[in-house]
Design a protein around this ligand. Structure first.
Ligand code: TRP
Length: 447
């Protein structure tokens, strides 16, 4: 992408950035994290993290990207020559590789469900049967891997052609469709018998459940869901035009992304309670509960197909963005062709995702700090790396880069009257770093 492409339209800018943000993180990861970490309490802390940390850090990444117009490592080199700040870029690449390692596995699961839905194989089963089948599927060696590799091939096709046209166009059409479908499912789920109990679990905060652990996990989820701390928004914002309103774009993306996560919760928790399932189920929550909801709808096969198709697309717009961080770096810095860079990354991720997938079944005895490889990748990247690099990015903008540069970017060189500039800059400089550090210290029991 070194050719300084630009996104074609305003809608394209929003749809592509939202396409990166909205993914399995919203529909798969958010509900199970909320389920395991206190329901309504988690939701409340999560929303605070998005507002207080997410939007300012996103603005910070936008400032770096649009100012430098470069990949994430080179961006820091340009803005702070001769310093070590570009290590943040390397951290981002490490995080993207770790996240892809397990994200692709889950994306493979969505293909399996899409396939089953197409064969009308999800109809007429009980909740217990879904659970047993899902366990058998994810613990087997070969089948999940086949889907994982297929998903990698799809990524290869899109990435090797260059992202701009494919992804921007695809996002323009499919992201709005995703919203509509989610709304329809919401209505269905809310009208299930016994749905109010699930809704109360999800929306009613029980303050006694807010622990340092809940807070640190909510922060990790916010960074993960908004695609922060990894340099992808640095890369995407280098394709923004000089007219793009950065603060407005950041807020719109944050609001849309959070809305999708909340809709996912509103769909899943009433269904969980209505079907007598356990909200603390963990990573397979979505794959077990949603087919149950579909089963209670007329033409259930159609809904299943539609849903898993959209989930696949949401995953795809996110994985492409995850890949793009490393691919853009290899192209610009190692002077590789796009094809070669993509091929190398696909191979690396094929290896890692194989390890992650097996670690759920045959290799589940291998533990890193007591976690399976799959969980360890997730924990280390989402909970540690993303917030740490978010912390460094905000310190960089707040304390290293000249304040005037941030002002120029956030006001489009004084063309916009921006009453929020001072507040946002204050958040980047003081609030975000202090809060991230406090959350880490208390989460690790130091405070
Ligand atoms: N935000 C995406 C999701 O919620 C995942 C993702 C895409 C991501 N790009 C990222 C996470 C960059 C962190 C950093 O599914």
């Amino acid at each position: 992408m070194g050719e300084q492409a630009k996104f074609a339209t305003k809608l394209g800018i929003i749809a592509t950035t939202v396409g990166s943000a909205v993914g399995l993180g919203n529909i798969w990861r958010f509900p199970y994290e909320a389920g395991m970490n206190g329901g309504g309490a988690f939701l409340m802390v999560y929303i605070l993290c998005v507002l207080i940390l997410g939007i300012p850090v996103m603005c910070a990444e936008f400032i770096i990207g649009r100012r430098s117009k470069s990949d994430t490592v080179d961006a820091f080199r340009k803005l702070a020559p001769g310093s070590r700040w570009h290590y943040i870029g390397y951290m981002g690449i490490l995080a993207s590789v770790l996240i892809l390692g397990y994200y692709i596995v889950i994306s493979g699961w969505t293909l399996e469900y899409l396939f089953r839905a197409l064969g009308n194989d999800l109809a007429g089963k009980t909740a217990a049967e879904f659970k047993a089948e899902q366990n058998a599927f994810i613990q087997s060696d070969f089948r999940p891997l086949l889907w994982t590799y297929l998903f990698l091939i799809i990524n290869y096709v899109i990435l090797s052609r260059g992202v701009q046209k494919g992804i921007e166009k695809m996002s323009n059409i499919l992201m709005p469709l995703l919203f509509v479908i989610l709304l329809v499912f919401c209505v269905r789920s809310l009208t299930l018998p016994g749905s109010s109990e699930g809704l109360a679990f999800f929306l009613h905060p029980d303050f006694s459940k807010i622990t340092p652990q809940v807070i640190i996990r909510a922060m990790g989820q916010a960074f993960f869901s908004l695609s922060l701390g990894m340099g992808i928004l640095v890369t995407y914002s280098s394709y923004f035009t000089s007219k793009t309103h950065l603060i407005k774009t950041a807020s719109t993306v944050a609001v849309l992304d959070t809305t999708v996560a909340i809709l996912a919760g509103v769909i899943i928790f009433p269904a969980v309670f209505s079907c007598g399932l356990d909200p603390v189920a963990g990573p397979d929550l979505v794959f077990v509960t949603l087919p149950n909801v579909f089963n209670q709808m007329p033409v259930s096969a159609l809904w299943s197909v539609l849903f898993f198709l959209l989930l696949t697309v949401a995953a795809l717009t996110s994985t492409v963005s995850l890949f793009e961080v490393a691919v853009a770096f290899l192209i610009n810095y190692m002077h590789m062709s796009r094809k070669k860079a993509t091929r190398i990354m696909i191979l690396v991720i094929a290896l890692l995702s194989t390890v992650c997938s097996l670690s759920i079944g045959s290799w589940s005895h291998i533990r890193i700090f007591g976690k399976t490889i799959f969980d360890a990748f997730d924990y280390f990247s989402a909970i540690i790396l993303l917030p740490v690099s978010g912390l460094l990015i905000s310190i960089f903008i707040g304390w290293v880069l000249k304040r005037n540069i941030s002002r120029e970017e956030l006001t489009n060189r004084n063309k916009l009257h921006e009453p929020l500039f001072n507040a946002i800059f204050f958040s980047i400089k003081y609030i975000a770093p202090v809060i991230i550090i406090l959350i880490f210290l208390s989460g690790f029991g130091i405070l």
